[in-house]
Design a protein around this ligand. Structure first.
Ligand SMILES: CNc1ncnc2c1ncn2[C@@H]1O[C@H](COP(=O)(O)OP(=O)(O)OP(=O)(O)O)[C@@H](O)[C@H]1O
Length: 163
């Protein structure tokens, strides 16, 4: 089964990162990055800036979005949740932050993301991305579909946009 292709986009300003409280859908109740599914025929970066507009009300030029991570999530006990996600960082945009019925955005200090309320593997990759590194990550979740049983992180020069 082809895995679900998703994206995340992390606006960064003044040592803060914009994340959001997921109100419904996948991961409801958690704090996560702004993002969602990549539509058929849509490029990764177009999907990321579209989600930024839809979920947080911010407009960004795709040229200002830097590809920072490739994440591969496996749920052997819930294979329909398997997904890949490309993560972009953006430092320039226009507009004012506003939420939607799916997510309530909130700024967090880059030194202290709310890891206890996020998907477990965020504590592994997010600190690297927030200090400007690029990473590939593969994470496997256990029988509770909530805690990691395996994780592999590689710091890379260039993130593979084709995977
Ligand atoms: C397992 N560990 C994880 N760690 C960090 N981020 C994770 C994640 N798992 C999913 N994500 C992100 O969550 C969004 C799901 O979004 P999405 O597919 O849109 O879900 P949702 O059910 O709300 O979709 P629709 O509103 O129906 O399109 C999408 O950005 C995706 O990258």
């Amino acid at each position: 089964m082809p895995r679900l292709r998703t994206c995340l986009i992390l606006p960064l300003r003044d040592d803060r990162v914009l994340l959001g409280h997921k109100l419904r859908g996948f991961g409801a109740g958690k704090i996560t990055g702004i993002g969602g599914k990549v539509e058929p025929g849509e490029s990764l970066v177009r999907a990321a800036v579209r989600e930024l507009e839809e979920e947080a009300g911010l407009s960004a030029d795709p040229a200002d979005a830097d590809l920072a991570a490739y994440l591969d999530f496996r749920f052997p006990h819930r294979p329909e949740w398997d997904m890949v996600s490309h993560v972009f960082v953006v430092r320039r945009w226009t507009g004012q932050v506003r939420g939607c019925d799916e997510i309530r955005p909130e700024w967090f200090p880059v030194q202290a993301p709310p890891f206890s309320q996020m998907w477990d593997e965020n504590r592994v990759w997010l600190p690297h991305v927030l200090r400007g590194e690029r990473v590939h990550l593969a994470a496997t979740y256990g029988a509770d579909n909530d805690h990691l049983t395996a994780v592999n992180l590689q710091v890379v020069q260039e993130v593979d946009a084709t995977m």
